[in-house]
Design a protein around this ligand. Sequence first.
Ligand code: UD1
Length: 385
Amino acid sequence: MNPAPSKPLSGPIVCVVGARPNFMKMAPILRAFAAHATPMPALLVHTGQHYDRNMSDRLFEDLRLPRPDINLEVGSGTHAVQTAEVMRRFEPVLDERQPSVVLVVGDVNSTLACTLVAVKKGVPVVHVEAGLRSYDRSMPEEINRLMTDQVADRLYTTERSAEANLLREGIAAERVCFVGNVMIDSLHDNKAQARNAGATLREHGCDPALLAHPKGYGVVTLHRPSNVDDPQALAGLINALADIARQLPLVFVLHPRTKSKLEAFGLAGLLDPKNIAVLPPQGYLEMLGLMAPATLVLTDSGGLQEETTALGVPCLTLRENTERPITVDEGTNTMVGRDVQAIRQGVAEILAGRGKRGRVPELWDGHAAERIADDLSRWLRGRAA
Ligand code: UD1
């Protein structure tokens, strides 16, 4: 069956969020739409891929995101089930609301699911944070990125390498627009409200004295399936962290996936509370407050690689590749993979004062969302004419 013809532009901009890393990208975009000179009515749809208070509601509050107009409440499931459920529940929203465009951010399952529904109904799709590639197809996010970009109508990029990736994949240059990084807009908007790291530790029954070590402290997050789903890989990383914590106290902010794996593999006991504070998922303001004064960050997250670059905090990324090469080329990021020696060496370099300070990349200036609003408004008017 052929897709329906493109629709005339009348309805709202349907903005989709699903999982935690989407929220900080969407908040500045919605604010920029609301403040734009020409009306840009938006409708916020939360797929419910992340649903815990800690993974979702609290971030909405911190980021001053409006309550979603619609929550699809899909919850967890295998990739197929989660993607299919989002698609099934999103389709009637488009039928009912007749949007002029669907705007998706990032690379989570909800991003791809909503994109597929929209394009097959002839509703144009706008992808924010397009063109990032790890060139590792075992990452579910890489598949989501590739598929979304192939069919999206307007692609907003955060760094120049992203445009080069898209052109290589046969995407026309006219569809691509370099706007900078909306994650950094959120960071600018909220940095002054960051919560005190000591207070965050105290709130969770951890001793804030841990932060007063002469070398400072490190912040750790881990959640990639490649790092946490395999017992051997996770055991290697946890042993390395336990070792590092003897020189530099660590604050380990535990993703639900990682928590359940640590318990299942019997590894939780390796985290010594004397030098590792284990916290549940934190709000946005708590994370900023923990990261900004840290000596270093150890992570496998995409977002933290960018935030540490913007904050000037050295970051060691526990992955073999990154879809955000500018954080390595210009920022504070170093890829150390899962190699325990490389991780130890990276930490030693930073503790010796040789950590990267980097510089802030082009257009990571806090105004990316305004550029998106300007371009999108022009683009929508152009299509309607
Ligand atoms: C998802 C995204 C990933 C993103 C990450 C940030 C995909 C493919 N992956 O991975 O890109 O970096 O979010 O967190 O979309 N869970 C809860 N509470 C929640 C949400 C999840 O307990 O609110 C549990 C689920 O039961 C599940 C596990 O955490 O077993 C993983 O959640 P899921 O959404 O499948 O993927 P993430 O690993 O969070």
